[in-house]
Design a protein around this ligand. Structure first.
Ligand code: TNX
Length: 497
């Protein structure tokens, strides 16, 4: 398959004879405008949408969700999706197949049948450490959609700022959104902004998962509701990170601009906390058409274990009562009465302690599933190597492109069956990330690894699921990414075309 720059690699591809030149190509059918613009971006000029096109698009109900078939011959091409998302995926596959031929462009003759391995294929953007405006979030959606991802997880609150307007608690954005890490001036999404993001995602067949991180990572709340917050727990690990990264130690009621984690907690044995959360999560549930509300649960180093368990039990029930599926970082598997169906997000290292696996398995044990984000492979905020200007290294040192590819969802966590895995997500934490150029540098190409793990058959079950093949296919995507304006990192591990 070396000749085809397909990422994620399709389930089944059969080579045909000949090529379809793209000079004068026309397109037609549902999403024809999308295909026209994808091709025009690459080959230049206009790609007309017509009644009897060279490339015809169709949706034929009945197949597996997100699946599609694509057939290219020297005489023309067809892309047929089992649903609109499937057709969209087929269009992106077709755009990746386009290759230079002399002065022009062509498509190789192939027949492809393709379908996703996992239902949840996500990317996360942390908007709390640094704030990104709606336009930037839309560019992230464009890029993720082209890799056949279908979930945008927005980390909306953290110690450094509260980024989402909550109508019933306007003080949150009025008092707690004006700062971020270091000199970031913060910002927030109004209800209308959030609706715009949700709608843009939906138009790209993506679902938004909003996260309100609880009960830790909540220092910002102290600027608006000091009575709801415990005093910061200045544990040695917190002070070490204050030393390492700079910034002052946290003080309740004052903005926190540093990068330490794990010092804050809402008051757990305190009814006003739950009145507050009923308001916040109630409003958020109404603003969110997707099935999941993420309520964090990570790094509560200062929270007493019994309190933590009681909190998670109660707040997962609260989310379920709002008609949403609670989603939490895997530590929350320590709870003894998780709401049934809760989804856990694994973020430990590929090699981890048995108790991490046990907490992760607590989610399938209550009828839920797991999303996999191994920090030393899937975290997009790690440096590529010691020379990368931005990024962190805590997840077992830098994460090269090769390492981002070097794991397999099916064997990551002991005791998880294929059916226990909802999917894969690559998170971008933004302590060191200030703009779209920085997002592009860290996301690309490593988001492509996560996309292949989320979409393509398991390693060992497909001949092209090797690092060599992946690196080769990735290198061939450079002209497409350049044409699309993706400012990817030209890692020396890849022979970019
Ligand atoms: C850990 S992993 C965090 C975040 C940080 C990130 C930086 C996890 C669930 N929490 O608060 O931003 O590391 O890489």
């Amino acid at each position: 398959m070396a000749d085809y720059n397909l990422v994620p690699v399709p389930v089944h591809l059969e080579e045909g004879d000949g090529v379809l030149p793209l000079a004068g190509v026309t397109v037609g059918g549902p999403l024809a405008e999308l295909l026209a613009s994808e091709l025009a971006t690459l080959i230049g000029g206009d790609v007309p949408v017509v009644q009897e096109p060279v490339v015809s698009l169709a949706v034929e109900d009945g197949g597996e969700a997100g699946s599609y078939e694509l057939a290219i011959t020297p005489g023309g091409a067809t892309v047929t999706g089992a649903d609109r998302a499937g057709l969209r995926y087929g269009i992106f596959t077709l755009a990746q197949l386009a290759r230079r031929a002399g002065e022009g462009w062509e498509l190789p003759a192939v027949a492809i049948q393709d379908a996703p391995r996992f239902a949840y294929r996500g990317v996360m953007l942390d908007t709390a450490r640094h704030f990104f405006d709606v336009a930037t979030v839309k560019r992230v959606i464009d890029r993720a959609a082209r890799l056949k991802l279908n979930v945008l997880h927005l980390h909306l609150t953290d110690d450094q700022g509260w980024r989402i307007e909550i109508e019933s608690r306007p003080e949150l954005t009025r008092l707690a959104s004006g700062t971020g890490v270091f000199s970031d001036e913060g910002g927030h999404y109004t209800k209308a902004d959030f609706a715009e993001i949700v709608a843009y995602a939906a138009a790209n067949d993506m679902v938004v998962v909003p996260e309100i991180d609880l009960p830790g990572h909540t220092h910002a709340i102290s600027l608006a509701y000091p009575d709801l917050m415990e005093e910061p727990q200045l544990l040695p690990s917190v002070m070490e990170s204050v030393e390492a990264y700079g910034g002052d130690a946290p003080i309740n009621g004052e903005p926190y601009r540093g990068m330490a984690v794990g010092f804050s907690s809402v008051r757990i044995d305190h009814e006003p906390t739950y009145e507050f959360l009923a308001d916040v999560l109630g409003d958020l549930a109404e603003m969110t058409p997707g099935p999941w509300l993420h309520i964090g649960g990570d790094e509560c180093h200062g929270t007493d274990k019994a309190d933590y368990v009681a909190f998670i039990n109660r707040v997962t029930d609260m989310v379920a009562g709002l008609g949403k599926t609670p989603m939490l970082w895997h530590e929350a598997g320590a709870a003894d009465s998780l709401a049934s169906g809760a989804v856990g997000q694994f973020w430990d290292l590929r090699s981890h302690d048995a108790d991490v696996a046990e907490k992760t398995r607590a989610f399938p044990a209550v009828g839920g599933k797991v999303v996999l984000s191994p920090a030393d492979a899937a975290y997009l905020d790690m440096k590529y190597d010691a020379d990368t200007e931005i990024g962190l290294v805590w997840a077992d040192g830098p994460t090269s492109v090769e390492r981002s590819y070097d794991w397999e969802p099916g064997t990551l966590v002991h005791g998880l069956a294929e059916d226990d895995i909802l999917g894969v997500e690559a998170p971008l934490w933004t302590e060191t990330v200030t703009d779209l150029a920085a997002i592009d540098q860290l996301m690309f190409p490593r988001l492509a690894s996560a996309a292949e793990h989320a979409w393509s058959p398991a390693k060992g079950a497909h001949p092209s699921r090797t690092w060599e093949s992946f690196a080769d296919r990735l290198g061939g995507l450079a002209p497409l990414w350049e044409a699309q304006g993706v400012g990817f990192h030209r890692s020396q591990e890849i022979a970019w075309v």
